[in-house]
Design a protein around this ligand. Structure first.
Ligand SMILES: *[C@@H]1O[C@H](CO)[C@@H](O)[C@H](O)[C@H]1NC(C)=O
Ligand SMILES: *[C@@H]1O[C@H](CO)[C@@H](O)[C@H](O)[C@H]1NC(C)=O
Ligand SMILES: *[C@@H]1O[C@H](CO)[C@@H](O)[C@H](O)[C@H]1NC(C)=O
Ligand SMILES: *[C@@H]1O[C@H](CO)[C@@H](O)[C@H](O)[C@H]1NC(C)=O
Length: 365
């Protein structure tokens, strides 16, 4: 109940965003530092972070803000099976300029949009978007301070089969310029001054977001459905975007980023020294598989484990033997009684013989 409510709230927000702009600005933030002075500091990544999506998502690093991501053999699976589904994750960490490299393939499906987004609390945004029915291209876009009125932000670029082959989508983001790369090809550059003299250039600490959403849902605005290539046919699904891995590099080092005023200018951002908890979590080595752990053991330890296993097998055999003994105890008891009688007799015979020998020797000697 709680999950489905949350999903529809997120989806509704996306829907509202869709009402405002055909290319989607995520127009919602918990606390906009352009309007308020009491927003919480943004925990910094402050370093490099790699994530291989075949391993489980660390909830201390990522917030699953809608739906669920499945960690499959080929990577993280973001799947739409039914109406209102839009699995999305968002980093708890922020980067303040940096590099984001995502190795992935987008989802097919008319009206289905796969996305990789860098977004700040004052709604600066850098996007990759794949429209499911456009199987030979990717779209790039950006927003500054949530303003979506300026011209020529969104662009479309040719990519070879982005829905069936993994490509390396890299964003290089500095104070001077933004670059979008597909594999080894630079496909777009945006200079600071080109975004309304820098005013609408993305320049504030941002989270990383990955997700898939049904932009062409019949409940959405006509313009949005059109941009998404038409209405979603849910019966033709499921529609899955697969992310193999990503690499994030934060170009600042610190514990957190704080807005110094309401300007939204990068020069106003204060970098607080230290290391954030989320950064500690992000740089922790990933949990190891059993075979990896085994491979790392020394020969001595492995030998010890074999001895341990042998001892364990021995113990099991002893327990089995003990059970048999117990079952046969009655019979054994009888046997023992007979046996002890026999031994007693033997012993007395021996004693007699000794005495006899003794005598014989005395006589004979
Ligand atoms: C982060 O990765 C880049 C390569 O992309 C490397 O040049 C840099 O030294 C790394 N930084 C840290 C702190 O490991
Ligand atoms: C995670 O995302 C949900 C949904 O957007 C939000 O309500 C929640 O506050 C987020 N949690 C954290 C720790 O940011
Ligand atoms: C967006 O920017 C344009 C151009 O500077 C401006 O006219 C418009 O009022 C801005 N819109 C908002 C919502 O800030
Ligand atoms: C991904 O692409 C970027 C930009 O071309 C490049 O710098 C980086 O080395 C590539 N990553 C891999 C793993 O090839």
């Amino acid at each position: 109940m709680a999950t489905s409510t949350r999903v529809s709230v997120v989806w509704l927000l996306a829907l509202i965003a869709g009402l405002i702009s055909p290319t989607i600005a995520q127009t919602w933030t918990e606390c906009n530092p352009l309007e308020r002075d009491d927003c919480r500091p943004n925990p910094a990544l402050g370093t490099n972070y790699t994530y291989d999506f075949t391993g489980l998502l660390n909830p201390a690093v990522w917030n699953t803000t809608a739906g669920e991501v499945i960690n499959g053999k080929k990577g993280g699976e973001f799947t739409i099976r039914e109406r209102l589904q839009s699995p999305t994750i968002q980093s708890h960490f922020y980067i303040f300029f940096g590099r984001l490299e995502v190795h992935m393939k987008a989802a097919t499906g008319q009206g289905i949009v796969s996305s990789v987004v860098i977004q700040s609390e004052d709604l600066d945004e850098i996007d990759w978007e794949w429209v499911g029915s456009e199987q030979g291209s990717v779209q790039t876009n950006y927003f500054g301070k949530g303003n979506d009125t300026t011209f020529d932000r969104g662009k479309k670029h040719d990519v070879n089969d982005p829905m069936h082959s993994i490509h390396n989508y890299t964003i290089l983001w500095t104070a001077e310029k933004l670059e979008w790369w597909v594999d080894e090809n630079l496909i777009r550059t945006l200079k600071y001054e080109e975004a309304e003299g820098g005013k609408f250039y993305p320049q504030t600490p941002s989270t990383v977001r990955l997700g898939i959403w049904p932009a062409g849902d019949e409940g959405n605005r006509a313009g949005t459905i059109e941009w998404a290539g038409g209405k979603v046919d849910y019966s033709n699904g499921p529609y899955t975007m697969i992310v193999e891995r990503l690499m994030v590099e934060d170009f600042h080092k610190g514990k957190e980023y704080v807005y110094g005023d309401n300007s939204g200018d990068w020069q106003s951002i204060k970098v607080i020294d230290g290391v954030s908890d989320v950064s500690k979590e992000a740089t922790k080595p990933p949990p190891k598989s059993l075979s990896q752990k085994w491979a790392e053991l020394s020969a001595g330890t492995k030998g010890g484990i074999f001895i341990g296993i042998a001892a364990f097998v021995g113990l099991i055999l002893a327990i089995i033997a003990f059970c048999c003994i117990k079952q046969r105890r009655a019979g054994r008891k009888e046997f023992n009684n007979e046996n002890s009688k026999f031994v007693t007799e033997q012993t007395s015979n021996m004693a007699l013989r000794t005495q006899w020998n003794h005598k014989y020797r005395q006589v004979g000697g």
